[in-house]
Design a protein around this ligand. Structure first.
Ligand code: TPP
Length: 285
């Protein structure tokens, strides 16, 4: 059920296609959480298409599946593109994003979207939810992994650290968390608002297995996930160094890229850049 044969070159092309579709949908809407959606594109592509997650799109609630909790629920648009490409629902449905009656609200909702495992959006809660699910899996004797994506700004929430302590206490080795360490939050740089210091060291001191990687490198993401599987005693945290807005011409490198008004010109330009990038990748042997 996993796509373990997809190689890195194919994953890179797929990530461009994910960005293309996500930016097309956000562009049609005219606004949205561009920055934090773009920075998790490689991670989601690797998890769903790189042979990491054990899932079956035909059975979204399959009992033995691995779970993905997108705690930074505002990155829903990229998750939806991935789920549609994976076959959980038609790609054409992506055009209903954030509109009345949609199954694809701006933030993730497990009661609406096939393939979404947890309702999120109120930051700081996802780690507690993930620990609960992972504990449940263990009590049920399941081998399922729980993967979690949290923001760096989100780590300023106190509840993250209570859950981190508990996960280590319970030796939750079936939990692998990824911090999207893009160094930005809604209103500026995390270091200027509530500095996280060495976030990896902090989790390490709580008893977690820590890895620090380039969050846009498929090789490093996949290796980090595989390393986490070998842990038998500790939950894993992967600090992913990323760029907020990565790969989107009008958002990358822009401080105010958290939630943006998107013009048709913006979308045209971003899509043209990505189409060029895809062509280059397709020409590379
Ligand atoms: C409890 C809570 N407080 C505030 C918000 C509003 N909010 C939405 S996204 C965001 C910034 C999050 O920053 P970060 O976790 O770094 O996410 P990223 O930069 O990757 O988008 C904030 C403050 C929220 N959703 N939940």
């Amino acid at each position: 059920m996993t796509d373990s044969n997809i190689n890195t070159a194919e994953l890179k092309k797929l990530a461009v296609k994910v960005r293309l579709k996500t930016l097309e949908v956000l562009g049609d809407l005219g606004f949205g959480h561009v920055g934090g959606s773009m920075s998790v594109t490689e991670l989601l592509t690797a998890l769903y298409f790189g042979g990491i997650m054990n899932i079956d799109p035909a059975r979204p609630r399959w009992e033995e599946r691995d779970w993905l909790i997108m705690s930074k629920g505002h990155a829903g648009p990229t998750l939806y593109t991935i789920l549609a490409m994976k076959g959980y629902f038609p790609v054409s449905e992506l055009g209903t994003l954030n509109q009345g009656g949609t199954r694809l609200p701006s933030h993730c909702d497990r009661n609406l979207t096939p393939g979404v495992d947890m309702t999120t959006g109120s930051l700081g809660l996802g780690l507690s939810a993930a620990v609960g699910v992972a504990l449940g899996h263990r009590l049920d004797g399941k081998k399922s992994m729980v993967y979690l994506i949290i923001g760096d700004g989100e780590c300023q929430e106190g509840q993250i650290w209570e859950a981190a302590l508990f996960a280590a206490q319970k030796k939750m080795s079936n939990l692998t968390a990824f911090v999207d360490y893009n160094r930005q939050q809604l209103d500026g740089y995390t270091k200027d608002i509530n500095d996280l210091g060495d976030i990896g060291a902090k989790f390490g001191s709580f008893g977690w297995y820590v890895q620090d990687i380039d969050g846009h490198s498929f090789e490093e993401i996949i290796q980090a996930a595989r390393n986490s599987w070998k842990e038998k005693e500790r939950p894993s945290i992967v600090v992913m160094n990323t760029l907020k807005g990565k790969g989107c011409s009008y958002a990358e490198g822009v401080l105010e890229n958290h939630h943006m008004i998107i013009t048709d010109e913006n979308t045209k330009e971003a899509i043209a850049c990505l189409v060029k990038e895809l062509k280059k990748l397709e020409e590379t042997k």
